[in-house]
Design a protein around this ligand. Sequence first.
Ligand code: XMP
Length: 514
Amino acid sequence: MAGHVLIIDYGSQVTQLIARKTRALGYYAEILPAGLPLAEPLSQKPGAFILSGGPASADDPDAPTLDPAILEADLPILGICYGMQLLAKNLGGALSGNAHGEYGPAEFYPEGDAAIFAGLTPGRPTKVWMSHGDRVVATPPDFRVTGRTDGLPIAAMSHERKKIHGLQFHPEVHHTAEGTRILENFLRDAGLSPGWRMSSFAREAVEQISNTVGKDKKVILGLSGGVDSTVAAALLFRAAGDRLHCVFVDNGLLRPGETDEVANALSSCFPNLNLKVADAGAVFLKRLEGVADPETKRKIIGHTFIEVFAEESRKLGKVDFLAQGTLYPDVIESISPQGPSALIKSHHNVGGLPKDLGFTLIEPLKYLFKDEVRALGKELGLPEELLWRHPFPGPGLAIRVIGPVDGESLDLLRKADAIVREELKAFGLDREVWQAFAVLLPVRSVGVMGDGRSYGRVVVVRAVTSVDAMTADWARLPHELLARFSSRVINEVPGINRVLYDISTKPPSTIEWE
Ligand code: XMP
């Protein structure tokens, strides 16, 4: 897509927000880790660069550098924080390490009439968010200062003639009051046109998949019931029709009615969709018997899934393509300058399929963020209930029955979990909460029921708020709702006599217990 924005990532925690904000304004943006060759990305004819922030000190000999091709391309450039310092350093300005740094909110005073601050009043302060150690102490030749804060005389700079700007603060974060306007000013002044819409993405993606898949090749897709694979299925169905084969592996670790719910919703939207439900619960449960270690459980489930999926695929004869609902954050993470993050849990997907199947991978959502996937799903006609389902892990309830998994424990957990989700919905809080579910502990506690002693199992309710599952906070649910969870679970699920609420954040805890 020519005329898009190329964001060079120098390792800031918030680089993704630049892309999200830019796209939300209607301009397509891609992120490229600093240090990768620019020849190919430049051949796609981007319309502007944004240089992200980053943790390094630009004067440090090991710090990431500004690729000369960026300046040679002669395109509009916005340098944010570290990006501004790189511009200053490379164009003849000067930097200074700052003993104190500046972190958090600051009042920013725009100066003069720089196009990037159109709509802001010169001299009138606006709240911005800072996070820097170094600072620019002398602007390069041909640049002028376009804003300051109380502690920072050069908080923004712009080239006198070219469309090159530096901002020491972060316009991409929510806490910068005029951040969106400033980004939009830059993009508009750069001469880009805001044509990025889900409808155009859907049209182009369908066209691209049709070209790749051709007229007679088959595609297989593992449906998990989650938003990503469902939207991928809808998109692929538009492109490949009855040559798309969706396989839903029922691993016996799902919530009550889950298989039917997903299958019915999809077939009512797409009556001719090929959907095969592979009923493999017994195999999964047999292999999990007596296994308590979380990683071993995950591995068993992952391997068994692959076996079942491969078997279903073989039944279809020659299948050329395997489609996956990989999202942009996963792609960025795996190519980020920091490299793939440390393994916390083995996430379960269909990677690792036997080579003899000879699939070529298609990942039609790999440039989208979660909220964009939901918008795309809406564009493709999927119902809201499907698009707003809470994430559910591939290993299913097996990682929510702590310790060994058996039919009886799964049954208790299913009943408790259904109550938790039902009550959350009844309180109208299911969209505010990222995920809410029950976890069954392998301990027993003493209680008193009627006139007798009980010795029952313990359920934990986990409800978190999050934007991307990378970090999460425990949801501050109303006490009346917590009371409903506890009284209903204890009264309606025989065998459970205690309910706890999990008040741990991620990090250091994780969302799931295993
Ligand atoms: P954690 O527990 O790592 O979970 O904080 C982060 C998010 O990922 C989901 N999750 C999984 N999703 N396969 C998945 O598809 C998995 O193996 C898996 N493990 C955790 C979890 O529900 C949360 O939304």
